[in-house]
Design a protein around this ligand. Structure first.
Ligand SMILES: C[S@@+](CC[C@H](N)C(=O)[O-])C[C@H]1O[C@@H](n2cnc3c(N)ncnc32)[C@H](O)[C@@H]1O
Length: 323
């Protein structure tokens, strides 16, 4: 069960389930191969892309059936995930009285690892899509491995993923900083926080690799982290970057305060979108906008470019130069 404590500001909260000692990394499974899947009348396999590792003994159908039998319900969706080279099925099972349960089945041996009661609403498919498939699609645009390399996170580092959404970057950052580091997944949105909690619950089935992730429900003007508590703030595709009204300025102030001296603020987003919303004519204008905004907060631009293969990005790193 999630525990919360208040950080001071009325609506800031931290999910402290992972606030304890980080633990060692989970084992890696073999590389993925795409395999065709059986489809059964009793199941509605809404998504049928199943990347399976070599040597996996069960398919999506068997996994769904196992889950359905074991929970006394009917499996209506089966997904397999290939994340961190760890394979499993995330299956939604309809329970009596139209309740739902998410069941995590180990792809290697078909054993149920966890049952997670799910708050299912009308945007169920959308939610599941965000949870899992959005990541697969985004990889072709956002190249998380390149972003991680360019961000130069160090083992043991404490990072805030500001506007973490469903954790697309939170989890890769968690792997970069390792068990001695920490990643705060910070977001203002209740749905994002809920999704983060569910993803964390799923991932906990496969070891303690993500014990270093802590979820923070923040405020629009405040990331709700203590002063001098983080080495890096990472922001990708967040409204904070796109807004031109100045509403986010206070939030940037809270980011600057939370950074330790010498700490970094990393920003990544699409330049064409940015120019459109902000009305700038060039990447240079965009860069200068942030330099002007962040300099009074003690943040100086130390790197600007686009390390990704697709040209439509800007990637800035600022450094906190004041104490
Ligand atoms: C488009 S999503 C991107 C999520 C994630 N960074 C990614 O790249 O997948 C933007 C997220 O930023 C959050 N957000 C917007 N303004 C924020 C603020 N001031 N502080 C924290 N989170 C914010 C939104 O709630 C949303 O979840």
């Amino acid at each position: 069960m999630a525990l919360f404590f208040w950080l001071g500001a009325a609506s800031c909260s931290r999910d402290t389930e992972n606030a304890g000692q980080p633990l060692p990394e989970a084992k890696k499974a073999p590389q993925a191969q795409v395999q065709p899947q059986k489809q059964n009348q009793d199941q509605k396999l809404i998504y049928d892309y199943f990347p399976l590792p070599e040597g996996v003994k069960i398919d999506g159908y068997t996994a769904a059936e196992t889950a359905a039998k074991a929970t006394g319900g009917k499996a209506v969706m089966a997904l397999s995930l290939n994340e961190d080279k760890t394979y499993y099925y995330s299956i939604l099972v309809r329970m009596p009285e139209d309740k739902w349960m998410k069941v995590i089945v180990n792809a290697a041996d078909g054993k149920i690892m966890k049952k997670i009661p799910s708050k299912i609403c009308s945007n169920l498919e959308h939610k599941i899509f965000i949870d899992h498939f959005a990541d697969l699609f985004r990889d072709g645009q956002r190249f998380p491995e390149i972003v991680m390399k360019s961000s130069k996170f160090k083992p043991g580092e404490v990072v805030a993923d500001v506007g973490c959404g469903s954790g697309y970057f939170t989890f890769p950052i968690a792997r970069e900083v390792g068990p001695k580091g920490r990643v705060y997944g910070v977001d203002i949105d209740d749905d994002a926080i809920q999704i983060m909690k569910e993803r964390l619950a799923e991932k906990s089935c496969f070891g303690d690799r993500y014990k270093n992730v802590e979820i923070v429900k923040s405020q629009i003007y405040d990331i709700c982290l203590p002063e001098n508590s983080i080495a890096t703030a990472f922001i990708c595709d967040c409204e904070l970057i796109h807004e031109k009204t100045g509403d986010g300025d206070k939030c940037f102030e809270s980011i600057a305060k939370a950074l330790k001296p010498g700490g970094r603020l990393i920003m990544l987003s699409f330049i064409d979108y940015q120019l459109e919303v902000m009305g700038f004519k060039s990447e240079k204008e965009n860069r200068e906008h942030f330099e002007k905004k962040l300099k009074p907060l003690g943040l100086e631009l130390i790197e600007a470019g686009n390390p990704l293969p697709n040209p439509n990005n800007f990637f800035y790193i600022f450094k906190k130069t004041v104490k």
